[in-house]
Design a binder for this molecule. Structure first.
Ligand code: ARG
Ligand code: GLU
Length: 716
């Protein structure tokens, strides 16, 4: 009996041990391929990534620099999340044509809507250029000289490496400066909006359900890539034609079951899996709480206005969602790090690391690491905190200050580069602020300002505050700024910037504006008192982190699974469909159904309303070829290790077919950016059958279904 238990344990531990990690697609051949096969994959590494033949990677472009997307037809049809296409959907919306509320479906190519400024980027190939980048670096003494040499080498390699004239390239570091990779890219700039469900489907559950399981969101939208007549990248033109991809995903209607292999391909943005324990402690106790408090205040104010006023709701929907998203994530992350004892786990790892360093006779290199980390993290804390307050208040949340910040940059340009540059930039700023003010409400911003400037004055480290904020009456300050500053309207800004033809005069006028005066004082205090020391200490910490990473690579056992932190480059993560236990005695199953949408339905609610047509389809069980045993699957969970940027990533089955669309993680596992725990870290995907059901049965956009390649279709 005991032996059986032990055997079972041995069988189970390895499947968990094989989870986690975001891997470089061009380096999957060894250990990863073996693991993926043991998890059930039926492809080979070269089906996923190949340079000479088309492979899965050719169907996975980076979406507008932030999200991921995938090509799902031979005519360049592109799938991503609703929240990734949100800005575009919003930009085409007005109170009369509200595509956010009602959805949008182009019923022909002619109806597809262009999006100036948007782009998607494909990866053509990936090369290891570590040796070239590090050439001549080790002989240099100071950290600054080393970094400069590295930057020079990167510029040179990037310039000289062969590529077509319509291609680009970029070099990124992996393992904190221990490895460098070159990516050759192709960027398409004519990307049109094809379809989006109403928010009551695409954003169902909104902020209440965000980062939460069980989930019932149809978080998808559809675009199409257009190319010139030679199928090459081109700026928007009426003459462009639908792009013919090197690869597109066949779509499986076969469904999924717990234990099935899944692979998620995409562009994860940033993780910090190898932070030392002191840094994690600081994140939990100091940094996250401060940022959470600022956003708490901003969100409360905005939410109250949005609930009362339809116009404000449209204007602020996108901004609100984006502020709320990381606010909620930081809360979940902090809780998760505490609950999984991440600090203790890291401390134990550090002890073990030192033991291995000792055994290997490398204490001279690694023996002082953690004392040094401790020293520098203690020293940087007030600077970090001050910086975070500044960013959260002035750059992220108070719009008047954000505008002021851009005008401040204008003044800097005049000082550095003179009148001509100033005038060019001025015209540019004026026109780009038009979009900002289209969605601006002075009353909302004033209330946000009042709350946040008070937090800034009271809570950010006092020694770095600008003089005018020390002991200030923040209520009076607010009244004065919003009564007298010209930055509260686009016309006001234009008036200021058109005071005269003389830059000197304009700058004088700017400096007399109370809003401008404040942001300038905040900015100068930051630049003089915070930035220099912050940058100096960051450079030291980066160097320590690089040494630590090098040590981990050097001292770990040969078969250790050490993956590089996310850095917005293309990665593969894999796992299985799996539920989890969020807390004692509770088990979450890995699949949700349309029944759950109806359970959550609150008529007229701004988060949980359901469109009548969807209710009718549900009542009639009218699921076409997309349902399963009389039910309509909606979302499912996997053990894939994902992060921000993986939104819109394809979820792929053992044979390379599309089964879902990644869009979130579970609340209890959001700490996976710092510490991945395979027991509770899960990614959330929309079942691809729900996407097709909405496109086909809900929207009637059958022309789109017709251009897809459906596989594993059930015979009926
Ligand atoms: N949490 C998901 C991600 O980080 C979805 C965010 C969009 N949805 C929302 N309700 N704000 O991006
Ligand atoms: N929603 C996230 C995004 O926008 C992905 C979810 C995550 O952070 O895991 O990229």
């Amino acid at each position: 009996m005991k032996l059986l238990r032990l055997l079972l344990l041995l069988v189970f531990i390895p499947t968990y041990a094989q989870q986690g990690g975001m891997w470089i697609p061009s380096l999957l051949k060894g250990m990863n391929q073996k693991e993926m096969k043991s998890l059930g994959m039926k492809m080979s590494a070269s089906d996923i990534y190949d340079v000479n033949n088309s492979s899965l990677k050719d169907a996975v472009p980076h979406f507008n620099g932030g999200c991921t997307s995938e090509v799902i037809s031979s005519k360049g049809l592109l799938l991503t999340n609703h929240h990734c296409g949100y800005g575009e959907i919003q930009a085409h919306s007005t109170v009369e044509h509200d595509y956010l509320t009602d959805g949008f479906w182009a019923m022909s190519l002619e109806e597809e809507l262009p999006n100036p400024g948007m782009e998607v980027t494909f990866i053509v190939r990936i090369e290891d250029v570590t040796n070239q980048v590090l050439e001549g670096v080790s002989i240099l003494k100071s950290e600054e000289d080393k970094q400069k040499k590295i930057q020079d080498n990167i510029a040179k390699i990037s310039k000289e490496s062969p590529k077509e004239n319509y291609q680009g390239n970029r070099i990124r570091t992996f393992y904190e400066g221990n490895q460098y990779m070159l990516f050759v890219t192709e960027t398409y700039k004519d990307v049109r909006l094809v379809g989006a469900p109403p928010s009551s489907i695409g954003k169902f559950g909104s902020d209440t359900d965000n980062w939460v399981w069980p989930r019932h969101t149809g978080d998808f939208s559809l675009f199409r890539i257009y190319a010139n007549k030679d199928n090459l990248p081109a700026e928007y033109s009426e003459d462009n034609v639908p792009y013919t991809p090197k690869h597109y995903f066949p779509i499986s209607l076969g469904g999924i079951e717990e234990g099935d292999f899944t692979l998620v391909f995409g562009y994860p943005g940033r993780t910090q899996e190898y932070l030392p324990s002191v840094a994690v402690e600081q994140l939990i106790d100091v940094i996250n709480p401060a940022k959470i408090e600022v956003r708490d205040a901003a969100l409360k104010v905005t939410d109250a206005f949005m609930r009362k006023d339809k116009q404000i709701k449209i204007q602020y929907a996108s901004k609100y969602a984006s502020i709320a998203n990381y606010w909620k994530k930081w809360i979940g992350e902090t809780q998760g790090l505490k609950k999984t004892n991440a600090v203790a786990v890291k401390k134990a790892f550090e002890k073990d690391f030192l033991a291995r360093a000792k055994k290997a006779g490398k204490m001279d290199k690694y023996g002082n690491l953690f004392t040094e980390f401790e020293k520098y993290y203690t020293e940087i804390e007030p600077y970090q905190l001050s910086r975070d307050y500044f960013i959260e208040v002035a750059i992220r949340n108070v719009e008047l200050l954000t505008v002021g910040y851009r005008l401040y940059q204008l003044e800097q340009i005049y000082n550095a580069r003179g009148a001509q540059s100033f005038t060019d930039r001025k015209n540019n700023t004026v026109s780009s602020l038009e979009g900002t003010y289209k969605d601006y409400s002075k009353q909302v911003d004033e209330k946000v300002f009042e709350q946040l400037i008070a937090l800034y004055a009271e809570k950010s480290p006092k020694q770095f505050l600008p003089g005018m904020l020390k002991g200030v009456n923040t209520q009076e300050l607010t009244q004065n700024v919003y009564a007298n500053s010209k930055l509260t309207s686009h016309n006001g800004v234009k008036e200021l910037l058109n005071t005269s033809n003389e830059p000197e005069e304009i700058i004088k006028a700017l400096n007399a504006d109370p809003g401008y005066e404040l942001i300038k004082a905040m900015m100068q205090a930051y630049i003089e008192k915070v930035a220099p020391k912050y940058e100096e200490l960051t450079l030291e910490l980066d160097a320590l982190q690089r040494t630590y990473m090098k040590g981990i690579l050097e001292l770990s056992p040969k078969d250790a699974r050490i993956f590089p932190d996310a850095n917005s480059t293309m990665r593969v993560t894999y796992g299985q469909v799996k539920g989890y236990e969020p807390r004692d005695a509770v088990y979450y199953k890995p699949v949700t159904y349309l029944d759950g949408v109806i359970e959550k339905y609150v008529p007229g609610d701004y988060e949980f309303d359901v469109p009548q047509k969807l209710i009718t389809l549900y009542n009639n069980k009218d699921y076409g070829q997309y349902g399963e045993n009389g039910k309509m699957p909606v979302c499912f969970l996997g053990t894939n290790h994902t992060t921000g940027g993986n939104s819109g990533s394809p979820a792929i089955d053992a044979k390379g077919n599309l089964i879902g669309l990644n869009f979130d993680r579970v609340w209890e596992g959001t700490m996976s950016d710092v510490y991945y725990d395979p027991a509770i870290c899960r990614n959330i995907m929309v079942d691809i059958r729900y996407v097709l059901f909405i496109v086909d049965k809900y929207a009637g956009a059958t022309r789109l279904i017709d251009e897809m390649e459906l596989v594993n279709v059930k015979k009926r």
